[in-house]
Design a protein around this ligand. Structure first.
Ligand code: GLU
Length: 323
């Protein structure tokens, strides 16, 4: 079977060099093995997404030399490639999970969730661990809570250990109760990232998911969804997040390291690619290289201790100046 990878950005801001690194790694992985590369726009959260960002990110990727075999502008056998147009598939998955008894309604408000004392944000991609409060309501309690409210739907996370081998960073084990039951459909009707990404990766025949380490703890959740939906799970790989000298994630709001601003300053894409490849340890010196030239160099990220984070320091920033 042909391998298939993807880049699945949320068009909620301009791509920065951290997003570019993830896209590059996912693209190199597929180009190195002769697989297919899909671009999927994860615009399910309409309040956060803008069509203009979806358009801009495509231009940014092409500027870098990252192309796609299926996706916006090209189409393909698994169209549409924007999540906002794939809702019937998510609905169907919810129905299957419901019929299998894997979901329950949750009436907790945002404020209640905060007062339950969810774990701090950090790398937890769900923001906190839900202790299962609404799962064990009696029929009577449920009736009281339900009055006039539409519930969210939560997936019952199996109380078991989930182990997977990350193609780049080794074996990871998570315990189900440390992850908690997570939302698959919000009270406002929006399907969650966890559900949509799982349904789409399966429906699009994705064999290799490569993404940022911020989503590492989403993987065991998604693996349990694959199992509950009787879908075959892809192989997973996570690349480090790019952080600033203070250890903070690069944000889509920090404009200085967006591809749009680097482009505007006249920085050549080869320069950025060379800097990223050097940061990842794929090349020894940050010499300018094209995306194509990097195909044979792709592999695990090498600097020791860089599994979760790579620091964008002054040296990198100075490499990204036009002259
Ligand atoms: N849409 C997600 C994001 O932009 C990434 C999804 C994924 O790669 O699984 O953070």
């Amino acid at each position: 079977m042909n391998r298939r990878g993807r880049f699945a950005p949320t068009p909620s801001g301009l791509l920065h060099i951290g997003n570019a690194f993830t896209a590059l790694a996912a693209w190199l992985q597929m180009r190195q093995c002769g697989g297919e590369f899909v671009l999927r726009i994860e615009d399910i959260d309409q309040a956060r997404s803008r069509p203009s960002y979806a358009e801009q990110l495509q231009n940014d990727l092409l500027w870098l030399g990252i192309d796609w075999d299926e996706g916006p502008g090209i189409g393909g056998p698994y169209a549409p490639y924007a999540q906002s147009r794939r809702e019937p598939l998510y609905m169907e998955a919810i129905e299957r999970l419901q019929q299998a008894g894997r979901l329950y309604p949750c009436y907790c408000s945002r404020r209640e969730l905060a007062s339950i004392g969810s774990a701090p944000h950090g790398l937890a991609s769900e923001g906190g661990v839900y202790p299962g409060r609404c799962r064990f309501l009696t029929a009577e309690e449920r009736q009281v809570k339900a009055a006039g409210k539409t519930p969210a739907l939560r997936f019952i996370m199996p109380q078991q250990e989930v182990t997977f081998r990350d193609m780049l960073s080794g074996t990871h084990t998570f315990s189900g109760d440390a992850l908690g039951d997570f939302v698959v459909k919000r009270a406002d009707g929006m399907f969650s990232y966890q559900l949509a990404v799982t349904v789409d990766d399966a429906a699009m025949g994705i064999t290799d998911v490569l993404r940022g380490a911020d989503l590492l703890d989403s993987t065991p959740r998604q693996l349990m969804l694959y199992e509950a939906l009787a879908l075959e799970a892809p192989a997973f790989a996570h690349v480090p997040l790019l952080v600033d000298e203070g250890g903070q994630r690069l944000s889509k709001r920090d404009r200085s390291l967006t591809l749009a601003s680097l482009r505007g300053e006249g920085v050549a894409p080869q320069r950025l690619l060379g800097a990223l490849a050097c940061l990842a340890g794929w090349v020894d010196r940050p010499e300018p290289l094209t995306a194509r030239e990097l195909i044979p160099r792709f592999g695990p990220v090498r600097p020791p201790g860089a599994q979760a984070k790579m620091i964008v320091d002054g040296t990198i920033r100075s490499l990204l100046t036009a002259n």
